[in-house]
Design a protein around this ligand. Sequence first.
Ligand code: ZN
Length: 337
Amino acid sequence: MDLQVRVWDYSRRSDGNLSLVRHKMAVDTVPPAIRVMSRLHYINEGGTGLIVYQTSSDAVKSGVFVNDLFFKGFPVDKESKEGLHVAYFAIPVDIKPNPEVYVWARDRAGNLSRAGFYHRIRRKRFRTVKVNITDRFLKKILPFFSYYDFKPGESDIGKFLQINGDLRKKNGQTLYDLQKKTAPEKLWDGVWLRQKNAASMAGFGEHRVYYYKGKVVDKQTHLGQDLASLANSDVSAVNNGRVVFAGRLGIYGLTVVLDHGQGLTSVYSHLSKINVTLNQDVAKGAVVGVTGQTGLAGGDHLHLSVMVGGVFVNPIEWWDSHWIRDNITRKLAIIKK
Ligand SMILES: [Zn+2]
């Protein structure tokens, strides 16, 4: 194919200056090939899925789409020319039934491919919990947010609603953006650790309806697991990883985020003390901080979140050795064959 580019400049002379450039070009119009290698994908609402797939060598970007959410795929081996990839993806809580879920790839020339794969989403029922906001609670938590740019003359409950709404959204975006720092390789190994001797205070996916003076003032979904034991307990890394955030994060208070590679992260919130620094490598079980009640917390506890590609998922799956074997390890074993 010949490509002609004609360029006129804005010369005042009658017909301008014409340059003619001729190029011989090979135009790639063949979309990249996708072959799904893993077979059965049963994903819980609010849970994690893993797919193993192969792309042709010209694919430069690939991953899984769940409606408009993109979950990046990672080559399993840099040297491997076979184009094998893994992609962890999330089915967000409260997603509408029958979302579009497919593998997607793009090549250098911009050609796009998509391939469906066998998957089944199990609907989950999450608890609805009434949360009563008292003036005493507001007096306790508002000092943590004295830096916040509240609307002038805002009441205490008005301030709470800004924190619980706008600031929560902003903090969620900060956590979402951390996926850009993820390592391309798997850093974690084996079942994830759960905080020792801790009772579950509130679960992932819990729908919270907030009341103030008997009226509903707000609704939010709790996107982590609350674990409580003794005040100021050591908080251990759930698995091997690298610190991608360590500091104050709005409603989450003092927070540590560990990257476990390929888009997986764990988030430790409401800490009273942080024991790690940014970019530090952390081994499974190492103490990353101490529990507390910083940020939007009623009492001393650990709020633990797990994220996949920046989307909150149910941590319980990652504490379940059977779930890991059936949904992760068995799929990863395909690669070694
Ligand atoms: Zn929590």
